[in-house]
Design a protein around this ligand. Structure first.
Ligand code: G3H
Ligand code: 13P
Ligand code: ZN
Length: 311
């Protein structure tokens, strides 16, 4: 089945009170793990490619791997550029056949963010591609960041109507307490999302799809496997899955997950070598990594995103 635009996926997700998982991909095994999981759960899915993935794998390879995955299943699959840094990267991906791009100008001043985002939207829409942009700053909640500074990083509901109207974007990534990476919060911290901000944004933009980045939960059982087999990941916690469920039931239609998949992939490889020190065939350890990652993706689809049986 050809790639499917997120427009229809998000409309159904918004109305149905669930979210679509946007999982980062870097190689064939990761793409297979995600697509097999989504297929078995009958869930739509977004495969997203970061700048790091482009550099590691070459976007042409990733595009063909994604197309191969789409050819082997009938579930809706979208291919998205994650955190596009400038117009040229977005244009390259659109020209290559991605059907969704993110322009991330959230660190730029207000007018610059609007102008750059608008420019990408004009090019993308002319090519039938949808655009995600971001307002607000994602960051870990550090002990030494005071309440005022923390509040300043969250997306301001007062800005979202003007931003979406002036840019013409199709979805908006917001900052309500999520954070990138596997080391988000220290144990004992309370990483609750600002659901009140999400609700207010939902009131200002009725029916408009909202995106959450940095939504990994850092599964402690997987971290424990990494550390039991020679790893030394710090003791850290992520976003509680119960918080993500609440967000998915509201205006959030796309939830980005990368770190949890990396941890699962690595945990399986460490365990494999600890238990099979003589193995040297990559298909053996990458096969375990793929299976473990697939199990995590299924769990996210069924228990967190709520997108099972929505394909
Ligand atoms: O938000 C960023 C993603 O986790 C991708 O990370 O640039 O290391 O591929 P990366
Ligand atoms: P995590 O690091 O929490 O998985 O976030 C991934 C992400 O936001 C990709 O854009
Ligand atoms: Zn992100």
């Amino acid at each position: 089945m050809p790639l499917v635009t997120t427009k229809e996926m998000f409309k159904k997700a918004y109305e149905g009170g669930y979210a679509i998982g946007a999982f980062n991909v870097n190689n064939m095994e990761m793409i297979q793990a995600i697509v097999e999981a989504a297929n078995e759960c009958r869930s739509p899915v977004i495969l997203q490619v970061s700048a790091g993935a482009r550099k590691y794998a070459n976007p042409v390879y990733l595009r063909h791997l994604v197309l191969a995955a789409a050819e082997t299943t009938d579930i809706p699959i979208a291919m998205h550029l994650d955190h596009g840094a400038d117009f040229e990267i977005c244009k390259d991906c659109i020209d290559l056949g991605f059907n969704s791009v993110m322009i991330d100008a959230s660190s730029k001043p207000w007018e610059e963010n609007i102008a750059l985002t608008r420019k990408v939207v004009e090019y993308a829409h002319a090519h039938g591609v949808v655009v995600e942009a971001e307002l607000g700053k994602l960051a870990g909640i550090e002990d030494d960041v005071n309440v005022e500074a923390k509040d300043a990083m969250f997306t301001s509901p007062d800005e979202v109507e003007e931003f979406t109207a002036r840019t013409g974007i199709d979805s908006l990534a917001i900052a309500i307490g999520t954070s990138h990476g596997a080391y988000k919060f220290k144990p004992g911290q309370d990483p609750k999302l600002r659901i009140d901000i999400l609700e207010e944004i939902g009131r200002r933009l009725p029916g408009f799809p909202i995106v959450l980045h940095g939504a990994s939960s850092v599964p402690q059982d997987q971290v424990a496997i990494v550390n039991a087999f020679g790893g030394s990941m710090p003791n850290a916690i992520g976003i509680p899955e119960s918080e993500l469920r609440k967000a998915a039931a509201l205006a959030v239609c796309k939830i980005n997950i990368d770190s949890d998949l990396r941890v699962a992939f690595t945990a399986a490889i460490r365990k494999h070598f600890a238990e099979n020190p003589s193995h040297f065939d990559p298909r053996q350890y990458l096969g375990d990594a793929r299976a473990n990652m697939k199990a995590i993706v299924k769990h996210k689809i069924v228990d967190v995103l709520g997108s099972a049986n929505k394909a």
